[in-house]
Design a protein around this ligand. Structure first.
Ligand SMILES: Cc1ncc(COP(=O)(O)O)c(C=O)c1O
Length: 404
């Protein structure tokens, strides 16, 4: 069939693409915030189209992307093993480095065993889809990350949402599904709100109803706990949750992910998780980066202390200016901005003032609850944070988001 004939049919799958104009409208208004090309970076500052911006939109919490030990370890691995693994962990893509990382992470996260995947997203897909399957139930916090939702969809099981961080709502879900295998899934630190899941209550309820728990520690490893071991360590219940997931795309300055848990579960996933088996493994330099980050996390605890001090400083400063920082209790600090176009206008004015933030708009949040997501690093200086606060104050007053 000729292209013209096919596109004339109502069933052409490309129709929605042709009709999609929303992004072009924002571009025409000069407010499009996405896919900004970074030309250079020294972690707390980046260059976009020749202009320096203070970066308060990254997940580089400990500021390790440019640490000399990290860069040197990545370089050494690149030259020893080459640029890529060219195959899956299952076949030719396992290096001794992957196994070393798994042993270190298991200890770091307080579990018996760990399995390294190529991204955090794939880790969540692999863990949830493989363990739940048809007939199972995934109990999800209403504000969980998309990768957790997608893992549940892929599992073929039933997804049931419970109210955000609400043990009573979770209890109801568990009671209604007591006859089925249930996996309770929660972000440890919520990526858009910056609040912390009530893990002790979740783990106790799961134990009461015979359910299993997976905590997504993407924003928690390196950040939460007295050694950076994650949300369970923060609550003094290390190893007290069945499964903990980590990404390497945030504090660990790399890319990849891992699941930590009992050895027999990890062994099963190694032989059944399709997102592990049918995808190439993490490249050597990326694995070496994470190992080096673990060294630094152990050797330089001041980074975690500075991170939390910087977070308190920025959050306190934003609140003093009159901004609503929602539920934030961690280095993730959202700033309420209202509707989508107002949010884009705020983003643009801050960007022009030299501050890089991330707009959060539907479908990630409801239409009237848009926000700019900021996050701090251990390596931000007070001067940088003061400059960010000054820009927020000026733009917020100009746009009427805070009182003049
Ligand atoms: C809570 C959470 N889980 C999982 C992921 C996926 O991690 P990755 O970037 O390693 O694929 C992210 C990253 O956006 C996240 O914020």
């Amino acid at each position: 069939m000729a292209t013209d004939e096919r596109t004339a049919l109502a069933t052409d799958l490309f129709d929605k693409c042709r009709r999609y104009t929303a992004a072009h409208e924002v571009m025409a208004a000069g407010l499009y915030p996405y896919f900004q090309p970074i030309e250079a970076s020294d972690d707390t500052e980046v260059v976009v189209r020749g202009e320096r911006k203070i970066m308060v939109g990254s997940n580089n919490y400990l500021g390790l992307t440019h640490h000399p030990h990290v860069l040197e370890s990545a370089r050494a691995a690149l030259y020893r093993y080459g640029s890529g693994c060219t195959g899956s962990r299952f076949l030719n893509g396992t290096l001794d480095l992957h196994e070393t990382l798994e042993r270190r992470l298991a200890g770091f996260m307080g579990h018996e065993s760990a399995l390294v995947f190529s991204t955090g997203y794939q880790t969540n897909l692999g863990a949830i889809a493989t363990l739940v399957g048809r007939g199972g139930v995934v109990a999800q916090d209403r504000l969980n990350h998309a990768s957790l939702i997608d893992g549940a969809t892929l599992s073929g099981g039933r997804t049931v949402r419970y109210a955000h961080c609400d043990p009573d709502s979770l209890r109801q879900v568990l009671a209604e599904n007591a006859e089925r295998g249930v996996l309770v899934v929660t972000d440890g630190v919520f990526s858009m709100e910056g609040d912390v899941a009530p893990l002790p209550a979740i783990a106790a309820l799961a134990a009461e109803y015979g359910a299993r728990v997976l905590v997504d520690d993407a924003h928690s490893v390196g950040v939460m706990g007295d050694r950076g071991g994650g949300t369970a360590q923060h609550f003094g219940m290390e190893g007290g949750v069945d499964l903990a997931m980590a990404t390497f795309s945030k504090s660990f300055a790399s890319i990849g992910g891992a699941l930590a848990g009992p050895e027999y579960v990890i062994h099963y996933l190694k032989h059944h998780a399709r997102s592990l088996i049918f995808s190439a493994s993490m490249p050597p330099s990326a694995v070496a980066t994470v190992l080096a980050c673990l060294d630094v996390v152990e050797q330089e605890p001041w980074r975690r202390e500075r991170l939390w001090a910087n977070a308190a400083y920025l959050r306190g400063g934003l609140q003093a200016l009159g901004f609503d920082t929602g539920l934030s209790a961690t280095p993730i600090i959202p700033v309420a901005t209202g509707r989508m176009m107002d949010t884009f206008a705020f983003w643009r004015a801050l960007f022009d003032a030299g501050v890089f933030t991330n707009p959060v708009t539907p479908p990630a949040v409801p239409e009237a609850e848009c926000r700019l997501r900021t996050s701090v690093m251990a390596t931000h200086t007070r001067e940088q944070l003061d400059a960010v606060l000054a820009a927020f104050g000026r733009v917020g007053r100009e746009l009427g988001i805070i009182a003049a």
